[in-house]
Design a binder for this molecule. Structure first.
Ligand SMILES: *Cc1c(COP(=O)(O)O)cnc(C)c1O
Length: 378
C-alpha cells in the first residue's frame, strides 16, 4: 500500500516543543499558566479581538457563547445548515431548538435572505430567536455586513463559528470579530492545531471573564470551594497552549501554503468540463483550509464526486464529500429549516480534495494520476 495522503494533517513549525519544554521545566502542567496567557495574547493580536479565552475545544467555546447569550431551554437559535455537527450540537446542550438556515451560492455560507425570512417568521410566531451561529465554512467568510445588519436590526446575538476560518479575512478584518462572539478550533485537522482546543473571542471584557469563570467550574471567590452557578471544565491545558504558541508563528505560512495548493488544483483542473471551484468574491479572502470541487456528472461523462472519491480511496488518498447539511441529519430530524435546498446539491456534488500542507510533489502527482486514470485530464 502506498503511504496515505491526508485531507489535512497537523504540521508543526518547529518552535512548539520549546514552549512545551518550558512548561515542563517550570512545572506548569495544568489548565492555566504562561502559555495559556501567551496564546490568548497571540490570538488577540492576530484576530484583532479585544479579548480571547483559550478553551478545551471549539465546541466548548460555542457552548459558552450560547450561555453568555442567555440561550436557555426552549429558546430558538438560528444556525447555518451547511456545516459540521459541532456548530449545532451546543444548541441542544442548552435544551434550545435549532433553526437551520440555507446557504447562498457565492460563499456557500448562510444566505442573508433566509436569515431575514427566518427571523421575521419566528418573531411573527412569538418565537424570536436569541442567537445565530453563523459558520464560515472551509475558510470562506460569510456575507458578514448583510448578516450583521439583519441581526443588529432584530437584536439577535451573532455568534461566528470561525473554526475553519482562522487566517481568512473579510474586507480586511478577521472572521470571528464581527459578532458579539467568535469561536476558533485547534483540532488536529484545522489549519493550526494544539492537538485539541478552541477559543472564544469577544470585544466584551466582562463576557470573556465570565467565560473563564464558567470554564473553570464556576468557583466563587472564597477560600473554600463555593459555587452559585453550574460550571464546566473547559479550559485549555498549558501544554496544549504551548503547541498553540508555536503554531501561531507559522499560521501565515500555513495560509500561504493552503492557498498555493488551492491555486495548483485550479490550474490543473481548470479545463475539466463539469468541475468547478468556489471563487472568492471581492473583499473575501479564504484561508482555503480545504480545497473543494463541485462535480457535475452531466458534464463529466457521468462521473460523480463519489466515483472520484472511490478512485482516490483505492490509491490511499483521503478525499471527503462536503458536509452533509444539518437539516438532513437524522439527529436533527423535525427541526425547522429555511431554504431552497442548495446545500443538498452541494453535498451531492461536492468533494474535499487533499489539502495537506505537508504534501510533497510526488504525492501531488499521485493525485493527478487519479484524475488522469478517470480520463478527466490528460
Ligand atoms: C472543527 C469545527 C468545530 C468544532 O471544533 P472542536 O475544536 O473540534 O470542538 C466547530 N465548527 C466547525 C465548523 C468546525 O469545523
Amino acid at each position: 500500500m502506498k503511504p496515505k495522503i491526508y485531507l489535512s494533517s497537523p504540521n508543526m513549525g518547529g518552535k512548539e516543543f520549546e514552549f512545551v519544554k518550558e512548561a515542563f521545566e517550570t512545572n506548569w502542567i495544568a489548565p492555566l499558566g504562561p502559555n495559556v496567557n501567551g496564546f490568548e495574547e497571540d490570538l488577540q493580536n492576530y484576530t484583532g479581538a479585544a479579548h480571547a479565552a483559550a478553551l478545551s475545544a471549539g465546541t466548548a467555546a460555542l457552548h459558552l457563547a450560547l450561555i453568555l447569550a442567555d440561550v436557555k431551554a426552549g429558546d430558538h437559535v438560528l444556525c447555518s445548515t451547511f456545516t459540521f455537527s459541532a456548530s449545532a450540537n451546543p444548541i441542544v446542550y442548552q435544551g434550545a431548538l435549532p433553526v437551520f438556515i440555507e446557504s447562498e451560492a457565492e460563499t456557500w455560507n448562510a444566505s442573508p435572505a433566509f436569515v431575514e425570512q427566518a427571523i421575521t417568521d419566528l418573531i411573527q410566531q412569538g418565537k424570536k430567536p436569541k442567537a445565530f451561529i453563523l459558520v464560515h465554512l472551509y475558510g470562506m467568510p460569510a456575507k458578514l455586513d448583510e448578516i450583521k445588519a439583519i441581526c443588529d436590526k432584530h437584536q439577535v446575538t451573532l455568534i461566528e463559528d470561525a473554526a475553519e476560518a482562522l487566517g481568512s479575512s473579510y474586507k480586511g478584518r478577521r472572521p470571528g470579530v464581527f459578532g458579539a462572539f467568535g469561536i476558533l478550533s485547534f483540532n488536529g485537522n484545522k489549519i493550526i492545531t494544539t492537538s485539541g482546543g478552541g477559543a472564544l473571542l469577544s470585544n466584551d471584557k466582562v463576557k470573556i471573564e465570565k467565560a473563564r469563570f464558567l470554564a473553570t467550574q464556576a468557583r466563587d471567590p472564597a477560600p473554600h470551594y463555593q459555587h452559585s452557578e453550574i460550571g464546566f471544565n473547559y479550559r485549555m491545558s498549558n501544554i496544549c497552549a504551548g503547541i498553540g504558541r508555536g503554531q501561531m508563528l507559522v499560521l501565515d505560512q500555513r495560509v500561504a501554503e493552503k492557498r498555493a495548493l488551492h491555486e495548483w488544483y485550479v490550474t490543473q483542473l481548470a479545463q475539466v468540463p463539469g468541475i468547478t471551484f468556489l471563487e472568492e468574491p471581492e473583499g473575501f479572502v479564504s484561508n482555503r483550509w480545504l480545497t473543494c470541487i463541485l462535480v457535475n456528472p452531466a458534464l463529466t461523462n457521468g462521473l460523480s464526486r463519489e466515483d472520484i472519491r472511490l478512485a482516490m480511496e483505492k490509491e490511499n488518498i483521503e478525499a471527503r464529500p462536503l458536509w452533509k447539511p444539518m437539516h438532513l441529519q437524522p439527529v436533527f430530524q423535525g427541526s425547522s429549516y429555511y431554504g431552497d435546498g442548495l446545500s443538498e446539491r452541494l453535498f451531492d456534488q461536492g468533494l474535499c480534495l487533499p489539502s495537506d500542507t505537508n504534501i510533497r510533489e510526488e504525492e501531488k502527482n499521485r493525485i493527478l494520476a487519479v484524475f488522469k486514470a478517470l480520463n478527466l485530464i490528460r
